[in-house]
Design a protein around this ligand. Sequence first.
Ligand SMILES: NC(=O)c1ccc[n+]([C@@H]2O[C@H](COP(=O)([O-])OP(=O)(O)OC[C@H]3O[C@@H](n4cnc5c(N)ncnc54)[C@H](O)[C@@H]3O)[C@@H](O)[C@H]2O)c1
Ligand SMILES: O=P(O)(O)OC[C@H](O)CO
Length: 333
Amino acid sequence: MTRVAVYGTGSWGTAFAMVLADAGCDVTLWGRRAELVDAVNTRRRNPDYLPDVELPAAVRATTDPAEAARGARFTVLAVPSQTLRGNLREWAPVLERDTVLVSLMKGVELGTTERMSEVMAEVADAGPERVAVLSGPNLAKEIAARQPAASVVACRDETVARGLQAACHTPYFRPYTNTDVVGCELGGAVKNVIALAVGIADGMGLGDNAKASLITRGLAETTRLGLAMGAEAHTFAGLAGMGDLVATCSSPLSRNHTFGTNLGRGMTLEETVAVTRETAEGVKSCRSVLDLARKHGTEVPITETVVGIVHGGVPPMVALKELMSRSAKAEGA
Ligand SMILES: NC(=O)c1ccc[n+]([C@@H]2O[C@H](COP(=O)([O-])OP(=O)(O)OC[C@H]3O[C@@H](n4cnc5c(N)ncnc54)[C@H](O)[C@@H]3O)[C@@H](O)[C@H]2O)c1
Ligand SMILES: O=P(O)(O)OC[C@H](O)CO
């Protein structure tokens, strides 16, 4: 039986632990808080993040990182992107030497502008054959209800990607393989920023034309940045690109979309943060995505607009006027 360690008992770490168990893996979840770990072990519940879901018996939990790591073929990381480096520094010494690190995270590190796979490779001193990402239209609450979804598992080493695919393939979760790690990660991180923009537009009462325009031009700027970073164009037309963008921008379950809606309705950043319990990665990653784009000399006007609204205090209506009055261009430019 394949042993898997999952670090992070939030919505996605817990739901994905369930997927892995349903696919036949033996899963140990690492959690920070003893009460939550205890609830998983004794009541088969995660009352804080997925209270209505009964977890399979093959999912156990621990607060001990070494116990979680023992014998794990895959080590899945599901903590907020901005804490990963610090967390992994603590866990790296106890991980199995040959374990494959799998990122579930959709963010870009502030300051370094590193993708999560880069942080993982650096901190755990892992080669590309030991670094994988999973990304796609995967709203945790739907998956925890065993509603059907497809996803992408990406690793530069296709054999490793196939191994991970087999470890998480269930009747309701269908993973495809890809070797374009950069494209898959970038698709996941930037869609959170575009979902903030769409949420803001929804909150302002703008219509479906505005939403479709933001999604489409959002995909254009994601692809432009991705190509400059060496990603492959077809990845952005796939599940980790278009697929995730559509799911996140249209679902009320998305934390990023909801965060944006609250801002668009006129709540301040502080008020919006106060009512957001879970991780809305785009709020921080919009700045690192913008930095990344500047490093690569690419234009990301929607991301720039989101940074202005979220961190620069620009009123959404002013930002909208600025976005609409940019110089006219050819669509493919
Ligand atoms: N929820 C989803 O639908 C979903 C789907 C796909 C990808 N993701 C991505 O997965 C990642 C995790 O998201 P989530 O939904 O599980 O978030 P979450 O907010 O539900 O849970 C985050 C988890 O990290 C823990 N945590 C917070 N700060 C920490 C710290 N300093 N050190 C260690 N642990 C800490 C929390 O206790 C919690 O267990 C994010 O990058 C997100 O974009 C989420
Ligand atoms: O709730 P969000 O906005 O973090 O989005 C969740 C997933 O990434 C959707 O695929």
